[in-house]
Design a protein around this ligand. Structure first.
Ligand code: HEM
Length: 139
């Protein structure tokens, strides 16, 4: 079975890939770009599958170690709710950008999909911060 060390390394790499997603997603906009392009886009899109795999595997290990219900495990209810909302938001975050990158929808819809990607990304960023705050509280 996978040991604690390997699991924690997985969490750390997953967290690091999330930080790279945040930096490569938001920094170009903060620096005045209208959309991602060049190395920003290449880095963002390259780390995206790595982040997605770490998130999926990490979510399974997290549920295994802390339990499915809000009252199981040692983590506070609040921290668990935050993780669940984060995991659920990942679905529109990814699907919106995947659907916006092909020609299935007209360009107005593609813009809306990009906005969904943008706003869910902000929400995930805030939730990650809240989790780091609330995960210190044991129940
Ligand atoms: C894991 C799957 C993800 C994929 C495949 C992905 C892909 C992309 C792509 C291709 C763009 C450029 C869109 C464009 O300029 O037309 C983009 C933009 C962006 N991404 Fe992601 N991304 C993912 C996850 C994330 C995450 C986790 C965050 C941050 C929490 C994030 C934050 C952003 C931001 C802020 C933008 C700029 C949005 C805008 O220009 O309005 N992305 N993403």
């Amino acid at each position: 079975m996978i040991g604690n060390f390997k699991r924690n390394m997985g969490y750390i790499f997953g967290f690091m890939s999330f930080i790279i997603m945040i930096i490569t997603g938001f920094l170009p906009l903060i620096l005045g770009e209208k959309v991602l392009s060049g190395w920003w886009m290449i880095s963002h899109a390259t780390v995206a599958p790595v982040f997605s795999i770490f998130l999926a595997v990490g979510a399974l290990f997290w549920v295994k170690s802390t339990g499915f219900g809000f009252n199981n495990g040692s983590e506070s209810k609040c921290a668990k709710k935050i993780v669940w909302v984060f995991l659920i938001l990942f679905i529109p975050n990814t699907l919106s950008i995947l659907f916006s990158m092909n020609t299935w929808f007209p360009s107005a819809t593609q813009y809306s999909l990009l906005s969904i990607h943008f706003y869910t990304a902000i929400a995930m960023f805030v939730l990650a911060g809240l989790y780091l705050n609330f995960s210190h509280n044991k129940k």
